[in-house]
Design a protein around this ligand. Structure first.
Ligand code: GTP
Ligand code: MG
Length: 388
């Protein structure tokens, strides 16, 4: 049943479309910022090589997906071994490890996080080493200067799976040109409404991206995106593209997804950005069953139930993931907001959301919908409207 405001929708969508484009023009990182981030990464990688010559810093997150806004940090993983790149993903593929001399100098089990933190500090970076997180993280900052803005970078020491889900997100973004502006707009909205702070009980950017993908794959009709994980791999696919297991880990993750976009049919959906924004807010305001549903973009239909996944009772198992680095080692796995990671299916990307966080998120969705329905939308969705 069409909601009652559907009647006014064409005008609203048109208006929303224009406003969204205006906002996007203002929040897109200034030209050169991505290059500056890449340059800093290359400079940091050079320093890592002083520690061990085969070291690499492998970027993931918004720098790679293109979903970065001006304030986005750089996410990367330190790998003491040389890896090869392929066209889609910087797939970890061992080529080279420490030399014999380096093995002698560093010993059997080098404390790379500590050694690297010390080296970076010596080279003038502001460094914070967080060792109580599931995997250690170095947070470093380079102060702004005349030639560049302040840059923040997180260096992780494990979680290569992030490289694969980053590649999945990037490929989805390449499938349709509406994905990136929609993501940037929703990220901007979520940050502005303070519902994008995982360590304070709300959802990380990655969670919002998965919510958007579910909407574009499974909800909007005709779909804007195909389900890339539901397309069978060609018989010739290399084993490295099918499954992956973390160094020393005993779990094999099925990481295949379709990458050959020229073989996929174009979407028949002709909605404007404004229509998609409205549809997204509408779905999560009135249709999505928050209490019962799990978003699972890898599955047909895009949804599972919490019962089916046994995601019903909070537990304290392990901390994990980027975006909650302020937390200590043990983190509660909550299932109030349930968003299954597309590869690590036991991982709830929404686990950081508390009851209060969920209520705030839901009321923000409804608030946005209210604004869209009324003329005050113009005020709400324009930069500098002073709503804080
Ligand atoms: P901004 O930094 O806010 O611009 O967004 P981002 O696109 O970099 O996303 P975010 O920092 O939330 O996540 C970075 C990457 O971490 C994602 O693209 C995933 O590859 C990976 N990741 C895997 N699991 C998690 C998780 O549970 N939480 C978060 N935050 N990231 C995860
Ligand atoms: Mg990030």
């Amino acid at each position: 049943i069409a909601p009652r405001y559907e009647l006014f929708f064409p005008i609203q969508a048109h208006h929303l479309d224009a406003l969204a484009k205006d906002i996007l023009a203002q929040i897109t990182p200034p030209p050169g910022e991505t290059e500056q981030k890449r340059k800093l990464l290359a400079q940091l990688e050079q320093l890592c090589k002083e520690l061990i010559s085969s070291a690499r810093l492998i970027p993931f997150g918004s720098l790679v997906t293109g979903f970065a806004t001006a304030s986005s940090d750089i996410d990367c993983i330190f790998s003491p071994i040389q890896v090869s790149n392929n066209r889609y993903v910087e797939t970890p593929h061992v080529i080279e490890g420490p030399t014999d001399a380096e093995k002698k100098r560093l010993g059997d089990n080098p404390d790379y996080p500590l050694l690297l933190a010390q080296l970076l500090e010596k080279n003038g970076f502001q460094v914070l080493l967080l060792s109580k997180t599931r995997v250690p993280i170095i947070k470093l900052k380079r102060a702004a200067s005349d030639s560049h803005p302040e840059l923040n970078c997180d260096i992780g020491f494990k979680n290569s799976l992030a490289v694969h889900n980053t590649a999945l997100l990037k490929t989805y973004s390449e499938c349709d040109e509406r994905v990136k502006p929609l993501v940037l707009f929703i990220k901007w909205w979520a940050k502005r409404r303070c519902i994008n702070t995982p360590y304070l009980g709300t959802l990380c950017s990655y969670g919002y991206v998965l919510m958007i993908l579910h909407y574009l794959i499974n909800v909007v009709q005709p779909p804007v995106l195909p389900n890339l994980q539901d397309i069978p791999p060609p018989a010739t696919t290399h084993a490295r593209e099918l499954s992956f297991s973390e160094d020393g880990g005993d779990t094999d993750y099925f990481i295949w997804f379709a990458k050959n976009l020229s073989e996929l049919p174009r979407s028949k959906n002709t909605s404007s950005l404004g229509e998609l924004i409205r549809g997204f807010f509408d779905y999560y305001s009135f249709k999505f069953a928050w209490g019962n549903a799990v978003i699972s973009i890898r599955s047909k239909g895009g949804l599972k139930t919490k019962q089916e996944k046994e995601w019903t009772t909070a537990n304290i198992k392990t901390a994990g993931g980027e975006g909650e680095t302020e937390n200590t080692f043990q983190v509660k796995n909550r299932y109030l907001v349930a968003i299954e990671d597309p590869f690590e299916t036991t991982h709830n990307v929404g686990r950081t959301c508390t009851g209060k966080g969920l209520n705030t998120i839901r009321s923000e969705f409804r608030r946005a919908m209210d604004k869209i329905k009324t003329v005050s939308m113009a005020q709400e969705f324009s930069i500098g409207s002073g709503i804080y």
